[in-house]
Structures are given as structure tokens and as C-alpha cells.
Design a protein around this ligand. Sequence first.
Ligand SMILES: [Zn+2]
Length: 472
Amino acid sequence: MLARFGARAMAALWAGKLTAGLSRGLRRGGGTTLPGDVSRWVDPRILTTLTRSLDQGAVVVTGTNGKTTTAALLRHILEAQGRRTVANQAGANLIFGVTAALVNRASWSGGLDANVGLFEIDEASLPRLVQEIAPGTIIVTNLFRDQLDRYGELETTAAHIRRALTQGPEGVTAVLNADDPMVAALGDGLPRVVYAGLDDPSLLQPELSHGADAKFCPRCGSAFVFEGVYFGHVGHYHCPRGDFARPSPDVRASSVAIEGMERMRLRISDGAHETGFDVPLSGLYNAYNVVLAVAAAQAMGVSIASSAAALRNFTPAFGRMEHTVVDGRPAVLLLAKNPTGFNEVLRTAIQFGKARSFLIALNDRIADGRDVSWIWDVDFEQLKDVAGHIVVSGDRALDLRVRLKYAEIPDDRIEVVSDWRLALRRASEATADGQTIFVLPTYTAMLELRAVLTRDGALQPYWKGRPVDAKP
Ligand SMILES: [Zn+2]
């Protein structure tokens, strides 16, 4: 569909597209956000103009962990229904990244060959994005302390989201994780809320792990009573004074069975129908991403059965349980960027992947968080009895080695290798036949490791993995 374009919008679009072409020519990583900056500088309303031509509107995904995978799952479901989607790239989750995705996808005349926009956005950028694009659906995955705001207020983040939800367009549907107390509380008083959660009591563990957030009732401040948690502070809870409790999920996974690192089986119900799912992902945290994506799809008119059929052949987003081969050994890439994410990735690798060989990479660039003290909140003690060889790498490999020593992992099982290529080779050499290498990098470490694997021909460059500018 063609939006009504003024001269200024057209100039903004052309400026953005020329910038994208130029930065691709210079091999600057696919030009992820720069075209967005340039376009918005020429016409600050360009994003609003472009999204107006999406006849099925836009969906926004926010939260601390799981944005990329939830967005990718929903995209996969919608495309299986014949809907044409436009999405921002993983990691480009500021308003410039969203603008760049639309500028790249639009034709030079302003036409947009897509029905629906699907954007992951960080929590602080959400209110502005909602103002500019008026999404029909907003998904909130979970709220944990992130590495970037370790000492910041989780409440501030929740307030950003709450503002976006209450000031959003008429008719916006909030799809919320019922099992995360702070996320569930966001739905208070909103006209259209769909709660999604897990209802498999066999997987509940006693609360609470150290470093857990959001233990307190948003109404009266009392400490929640947890019947049990799936991980972190995510589980089944109620306020002892009776003024707040976990909402009963509208869309629930009544059973989750994880089979190794390759797939999981779920039964998902909307109260009326229950459907079996078979999804090529592992880990309880991914069960949440699935049930949230399915709930959002249902709110957009896709039956649960259709979602189940679509997700059988889902391909994980880049760096999120991506399977590859490193120097002849099978390997899995598992992005791990904050304590809760790291703990769940470790637990999944150990419990379901029978992991013994690890490459753990810690960077401290802006996107990783400059302060790496969050690694002391990661439960590396999980590795003590299982890990064979651990290669540590990245800008802060030495900090990581100290942390692992405090986890009582013997020195002779830890090897510091600073060069990425060499780190991969050493991890491969130290891995026994029949074993898999588990690669756990922070965000920029993942980009650098992926670049090496791409040069090797083991992986596709990330901007080819999920095309934003190619015509389908
Ligand atoms: Zn209370």
C-alpha cells in the first residue's frame, strides 16, 4: 500500500535508503540503525507516515529477556498465515532501528510491501514508539534487573511501560506474562488484556533464588507468597493480604516437556481448546516466549491450532539457541546478557543439553554494560560438578576467570584465550567425541564470535539471516 507522502517524507525516505546503500557498500554490518537516524533528521514524522500504510497495524514486544525470540516466533506464525511482516533486526531496538527497518523495506516511491509491523523495543523507548506508530498489540515478556541498570529502578522501567499502555491508542491489546508479578500488575485497569503463563506445577521449584527481583506486592508492599517459581521471580504467587494475586492466564501451557536442546512439547489451551505444540527450542524461558507469541497471535485472529502447525518448523533467531559447527564439533550459541538470562541459559545447557564443554565470552562495551559486576549474581556454581573444559574469552575474560574460581571450578579446567578464532579452536579441541560446545557470549561478544563463524562459512551474516530489505 502507498502512504500519502509529502515532499519532506519522500526526501527522508530517499536519504535513509541512500544511507543504507552506502553503509552496506562500506560493509558496516548491514546499516542497522543509521538510515533511521538520517531519515528522522530529515522528517521526524517519517515513522508515523510509513506505519500508516500497514493495513494490519503493528505489534510491539518489550521486556528484559525474550524480546527477540518472541518477536521471531510471532513473525513465523503470522507469515505462515500469508501475512507479510516487516520487523526490526535483533539488537536494533531503539526507535532508530524501527525507523531503519521500515525505510529499508519501503520502495523508493514509498510503497511498503507488508501488512503488519513487528517490532522489538527496549522499555525506555516504548512510550515514544507507541505515540508514533499506534500499535494494536503490545507484548511484555518479563522484567528483570538488566546488566545496564543494575542499580536502576525496575519500577522506573515498569512505569515507562505502564505509561505506554495507558496512553496508547484506543483498542490496544496488552499481552502480559501472568507469572511475572511486575508485568501482571501492568494490566491493572486496562480495558484489553490477555494474560499468558505456564500452568505445569511439576516444573515449579521452591522460591527464591538469590538475585530475584519483584518479590513485593505492588498494592501494599507485602512480600509475595510463592507457591513456586519456574525461574527467578516468575511463577505462581499471591499477596498474603489478599489484594493481588497471579491472574489466571487466558492462554496457558498446561504441560511443558523439554527434549534435549532440540525441541520441546507443550500443550497450550485458551480455555476452550487445548493443542499440542512441538517447537524446535529448549529451555523453560523459551516456553514463555512461545506461549506469549501464541497468545498475541490469537488476539490477532490466528487460532492456536494454526500457531501449532506453523511453529513445527520455526528457526531460532540469531544467537538464540542457534546450532552450528565449530571446527568439526557441533555447537550451540546461547546469548546470555544478564543474571537471570545467564542462569536460565546455563541451566538449560546443563539440564537438557548435558553440557560439559563451554566457551564463555564476556565483553564490557556499551551494549553489554560497562560494569561487569553482574557476573557475581550469575550462579556459575552450577558448573562445578558438570563442566569439563571451560574456555573464557572477551574483554573481561580475567574477571570471568576470577568468578569461576570463586565457584570452586579447578584452575586446570579454565583456559583464558583472548583471540576469538583461537578460543573457538581451543573449545573444539577440548570437546570429546559426541559432545557439543556450548557458546555463551554477551551481546557484542556474540556479534564478534558470529563474525568469525561467518567468515568460516559456518553461519550466515546476521543481516542475511532475517532480511529486512529483501523483497519476499
Ligand atoms: Zn498486597
